[in-house]
Ligand binder design. Structure first.
Ligand SMILES: [Zn+2]
Length: 348
């Protein structure tokens, strides 16, 4: 399996996130990706490549231009507000909820930051944009690898992507790597693409991007949004709209769910993907379903991820994995590579 590794990822290194009234150290840290890379190399899973050179066009296929303009200039604008800001992460303080206007692009940087975000847990740092942009380039590289006949690929990047929507960031995510990849596959001639999101948290950004599309099926197994982040999307009655009616499948599960029930849900998702007739699969691979994860509530064990990879390998679809969440840093490498190695053994 060919891995596309984002060597720019450490440039995104948030200091603090706002959590229930307190600034706390960031949970999404650079060592996450380094542990996965270390484990990949230790087990000899295959070639590790860098991101190809790509322009912004594949990113703008799924994200609004004004949002990309914002992300690419955000740090400079933040520091321009006050030179002392260079020592702080940028976090939003205002949001235009529901009946407020979102068509007007305010001149104020803090107001624009609120317009394009939905939580205060996703700091923008000096290196957020170059890291996120390079991650998207890795996603393009992996999609192109499948388009050229490769059977599998892994995008090892951070910040993660699945909470980022057409024009918003949140949940530690800025550019939606899985969506960039799915669109790249479509643009490269793959007729029907499925995105399966198995991160603990619902992939609200990916769902929103493809919600009215009949050519990209989105399925997600995740913590019930009644109690789990991202709260406002991810319910079972969200089934797609317009041309996408029936092409969205949410399988929320209660906190405390273990591997047996979790695998049943993933089997339902894979059956739906087969019925859809997918020609390629993009897996948003978060391993925050692990029992020891500090911000999640399922109880999968490290050895269970071998079974997950085996289940995915049985689909026989050209498959690319995109690294999402997983915050039990000491185990994130083993858990992630367990999925990939078992997949490879099954899929060949
Ligand atoms: Zn997650």
């Amino acid at each position: 399996m060919k891995t596309f590794f984002n060597d720019q990822h450490p440039l995104h290194h948030g200091r603090h996130e706002m959590f229930r009234g307190k600034l706390v150290p960031c949970v999404e840290v650079p060592s996450r990706a380094d542990f996965v890379l270390q484990e990949l190399r230790a087990r000899g899973l295959g070639e590790v490549a860098s991101a190809p050179e790509v322009d912004l066009a594949p990113i703008e296929r799924v994200h609004a231009r004004r949002y990309i303009d914002f992300l690419s200039t955000a740090w400079n604008e933040w520091v321009a507000l006050d030179p002392a800001n260079a020592e702080l992460d940028a976090l939003p303080s205002y949001w235009p909820i529901r009946t407020f206007r979102s068509d007007v692009l305010p001149a104020s940087f803090p107001a624009r930051m609120g317009l394009f975000s939905y939580d205060a847990g996703s700091p923008i740092t000096s290196g957020t944009w170059p890291a996120a942009r390079q991650g998207a380039a890795c996603a393009v590289g992996a999609a192109d690898h499948l388009l050229q006949g490769g059977r599998s690929a892994f995008v090892l990047t951070r910040p993660p992507g699945h909470h980022a929507g057409h024009d918003f960031f949140g949940g530690y995510c800025f550019v939606n790597n899985a969506a960039v990849a799915a669109q790249r596959l479509r643009d490269g001639g793959v007729a029907r693409v499925a995105v399966l999101d198995i991160d603990y948290h619902h992939g609200n950004g990916t769902q929103a991007i493809f919600y009215e599309r009949g050519d990209v099926f989105f399925a997600s197994v995740h913590g019930d949004p009644h109690t789990e982040y991202p709260y406002y999307l991810g319910y079972a009655d969200e089934r797609g709209a317009g041309a996408g009616e029936g092409c969205n499948l949410n399988l929320p599960l209660p906190r405390g769910t273990g591997v047996a029930r979790w695998r049943e849900a993933m089997a339902i998702a894979l059956q739906a993907i087969a019925r859809f007739g997918a020609d390629a699969l993009v897996v948003s691979l978060g391993v925050d379903t692990f029992a020891g994860d500090p911000i999640a509530g399922f109880t999968l064990q490290s050895s269970d991820y071998l079974q997950v990879g085996d289940d995915l390998g049985a689909t026989r679809l050209p498959t690319m994995f995109v690294f999402e969440g997983g915050y039990a840093v000491a185990e994130v490498g083993v858990n992630t590579v367990n999925v990939l190695e078992a997949f490879k053994q099954r899929a060949g």
